[in-house]
Ligand binder design. Structure first.
Ligand SMILES: [Mg+2]
Length: 356
């Protein structure tokens, strides 16, 4: 099989409501859809979701696609994904979301050729995974309402954004715990918003008052590795690295230096499934569990995260909810939600249909 052509289609997907975290507010999900055509009439789809966290823009992705990536892919056999990934990793620095989008598109082709969904092709450890749904920063009553709504929809795990105002964060989490009861899991994500002292104060207060926090994600700045390591050492709640673990190298460093108890791998940060497998394997050997997270990803990309998460035992946590946030997506299939779980499609490849 040979790759005949590759095309990129940038498209902003409107969010149902603005999404605020500790350092920015988003109104649309910028996605670049990637189509890989082969000489066997198999088409692979992928999607890049550039984000400021990875220092990318739609423009940088498109430029890199046109100036470097197309030439690498045309004429290659898409089944030789490890060979192609090696060339891409050597020639493209930055733009990890583009590398991820192409990598998942190649896996889509391999799955279609093998007539198998990607999660089974990769080893199929499980056939569904519990996912958190995220509550963005807002006034307390709005966040509490959102929590109630998610629980009513059947979700069993909430990820609450925090990191702007420790006192409000404590108030919000206690109010949400009060209305959702003790069985719902609550994770926090500060997106680098706290100092070491603030992070410890928030968690100590919440634990004393019985808030029962499952995980605290990225409490402190990614710039200061030792601040995060110190929170991890002192905090009674497991600490997860997200912004600290951007690239494959960062992730390995976080594991090796024991900076956090867990790491959040996002395909858009690490550059695709092939790299995510490497990071997860390393983390598993070091007994560090992994969460798979997402950016403002269309289902085309989020489905790849679901397949990856279901393939490997060490991917113990999932935060795969971005496809729920859009007014309208152009992608059907990929994954479904039921009783707090996200379930990958059993159709070949990613199992998506793209209406472009
Ligand atoms: Mg995060």
């Amino acid at each position: 099989m040979k790759i005949k052509s590759v095309s990129a289609y940038p498209l902003d997907l409107n969010l149902k409501e603005p999404f605020a975290i500790a350092n920015e507010t988003m109104y649309v999900g910028e996605n670049v859809f990637l189509k890989i055509e082969t000489d066997e009439d198999i088409i692979g789809w992928g999607c890049a979701t550039p984000d400021s966290v990875t220092s990318e823009t739609k423009e940088s992705v498109i430029n890199c696609f046109n100036s470097i990536l197309k030439d690498i892919l045309i004429g290659e056999d898409p089944i030789r994904i490890n060979f192609i990934n090696d060339i891409i990793e050597e020639k493209i620095k930055g733009n990890p979301s583009l590398r991820a989008g192409i990598n998942m598109g190649l896996y889509d082709i391999i799955g279609k050729k093998a007539n198998m969904p990607i999660y089974k092709l990769l080893g199929g450890y499980r056939d569904k995974i519990e996912t958190s749904v995220t509550i963005g920063l807002n006034p307390t009553d709005v966040m509490v309402e959102k929590a109630k709504e998610f629980v009513k929809q059947g979700f069993t795990c909430l990820k609450i954004k925090c990191g702007m105002d420790p006192d409000q964060d404590i108030e919000v989490v206690l109010a949400i715990r009060n209305v959702v009861g003790s069985k719902i899991k609550i994770r926090l994500d500060a997106n680098e918003g706290y100092s070491l002292e603030k992070a410890l104060r928030v968690i100590e207060t919440l634990e004393k008052l019985g808030a029962d926090i499952e995980i605290l994600e990225q409490p402190t700045s990614a710039k200061y590795l030792y601040a995060l390591k110190e929170v991890t050492a002192q905090c009674t709640v497991p600490i997860m690295a997200d912004e600290t673990a951007l690239t494959l190298r960062d992730s390995l460093k976080a594991v090796k230096m024991e900076i956090a108890d867990m790491i959040n791998i996002k395909l858009m940060k690490i550059g695709g499934i092939t790299n995510a497998i490497k990071a997860n394997t390393y983390a598993e050997i070091a007994e560090i569990p992994v969460m798979i997270g997402c950016m403002n990803e269309s289902m085309a990309a989020m489905a790849a995260g679901v397949h990856f998460a279901c393939a490997f035992k060490n991917v113990q946590y999932a935060d795969l909810d971005s496809a729920l946030d859009f007014e309208e997506d152009i992608v059907k299939g990929g994954a479904t939600y039921k009783d707090g779980y996200v379930i990958p499609s059993n159709k070949p490849g990613l199992g998506i249909e793209v209406d472009l």
